[in-house]
Design a binder for this molecule. Structure first.
Ligand code: ZN
Length: 432
């Protein structure tokens, strides 16, 4: 991957090598998301397949440790990075004439697979923004939503539990909502291991992802508290490094649960006080506790706290966010900007944006630049060029400051588009 990833993100996407843990017969195989493999006398239990692009790498990783057949595959949820890398495993099964494994998932995972088929192009579009390489080209998703290995044991309803034994080893499967409505986590008592799927990801949880459907912070906290009762010695997160030691596992689960309770309860409190989104959001940013900010388990590597505020608000609120009836049936933002340009010239807005930029008020500078960019004709002139150029500069500075992979990628992908627009405008000016 040709991008500058910070250390946290390198861990997140699993660039560290496969390793064994617990009794030496449990393996963590990073492949964007982690696959966890439990070896028993009767074969293997795999918790989460890798993303398709990492499937061969993960398969090779498993086979460096054991040649036993795969008996169970469990999907922590149906996201592309947890349930699609089955290719090499199926090829092996066919080649060796083994039975197909049992596949366990929640019923909402089956619905998710169907949804992915009907929204294929839409997901490609949003994923390009979420995963766009820094300073690189737009990348196409190579995972086909049609390429599913469907579950054979389907957990139904809320709070569902499923237990099975393989080679005298017990496995307990629990369903709790959190990042998704199809989340499953696993507890293997003899192995003293919990596999959390994306309920734990070595980052502030990915709750309130700007592109994705509703997530469930309160249920998330409760799920983590249920996990704490197991007193696990090993925690295999959905992404990132294995956590070892009872105290470390407990600390990580407990502070993550606390953060989810906090963001949920504080937003709910403000909804009950009759506050609108803007006020809630800015107050929440102000009160973000230092103990969360400084926690090694809650670094904003992938998700971020500011996004989490949206998740809670959206869980209980409709789309009317401002309480200002002007926003109920709004005009086009281009038309509004055009009216602003009738009051003052593009040049005066540009000067003002520059002074805001110099004063370090980057966000306000962006709002003012948008008056020029949205309100003017799309044609080359020196002011438009300077406005776009300054917007690119500000966005690049903001992206550098953002530790959240998702936040910086959204900014970077928009910056690439503005650069393209600038190029087109320049070329049209040369040819016209
Ligand atoms: Zn994931």
């Amino acid at each position: 991957m040709s991008r500058n990833l910070n250390e946290g993100m390198r861990d997140y996407i699993g660039l560290n090598p496969p390793s064994s843990f617990a009794d030496g017969k449990s393996y963590i195989i990073p492949g964007f998301a982690n696959s966890c493999v439990f070896e028993t006398n009767e074969g293997l239990v795999i918790f989460d397949l890798p993303i398709k692009q990492f499937a061969k790498r993960t398969f090779r990783g498993v086979r460096t440790f054991t040649d036993k057949p795969v008996q169970y595959i469990i999907y922590s949820h149906g996201h592309f990075d947890h349930a699609y890398g089955h290719g090499p495993f199926l090829e092996e099964i066919k080649e060796k004439g083994w039975d197909l494994p049992v596949i366990i998932a929640h019923e909402n995972c089956v619905r998710r697979f169907e949804k992915y088929k009907s929204l294929d192009k839409y997901h490609k579009w949003i994923n390009r923004m979420q995963f766009v390489p820094t300073g690189g080209r737009m990348q196409e998703s190579v995972v086909s939503p049609k390429d599913t290995l469907n579950p054979t044991i389907i957990l139904k309803g809320n709070d569902s539990v499923y237990n099975f034994k393989l080679g005298k080893i017990e496995f307990e499967i629990y369903h709790d909502m959190g990042e998704t409505d199809d989340s499953i986590w696993l507890w293997a008592p003899e192995k003293k291991t919990i596999c959390t799927g994306d309920l734990m990801i070595s980052s502030f949880p990915n709750v309130g992802n700007p592109f994705k459907v509703q997530r469930y912070p309160k249920n998330w906290a409760l799920a983590l508290e249920k996990m704490m009762e197991k007193e696990a010695e090993f925690l295999v997160p959905g992404h990132g490094r294995l956590l070892e030691g009872k105290d470390n596992v407990k600390d990580a689960l407990s502070i993550t649960a606390e953060a989810m309770h906090f963001v949920h309860d504080e937003v709910v409190k403000r909804l009950n006080e009759g506050k609108w989104f803007e006020q809630i959001y800015h107050e929440m940013v102000e009160i973000f506790p230092n103990k969360f900010k400084e926690s090694k388990y809650l670094k904003e590597v992938y998700g971020c706290y500011r996004f989490a505020v949206h998740a809670v608000y959206r869980l209980y609120h409709g789309w009317y966010n401002s309480g200002n009836p002007t926003d109920l049936f709004p005009s086009k933002s281009d038309d509004i900007a055009e009216e602003f340009l009738k009051i003052n010239t593009e040049e005066s807005y540009l000067e003002h944006a520059k002074s805001l930029y110099t004063a370090g008020k980057l966000q306000l500078a962006l709002h003012i630049l948008d008056i020029i960019i949205k309100g003017s004709e799309d044609q080359y002139n020196a002011t438009m060029y300077e406005a776009l150029d300054l917007k690119i500069k500000i966005l690049q500075e903001k992206a550098k400051e953002e530790t959240s992979f998702i936040a910086s990628n959204i900014i970077n992908s928009a910056t690439l588009q503005i650069k393209e627009k600038l190029k087109v405008l320049k070329n049209t000016s040369k040819t016209s």
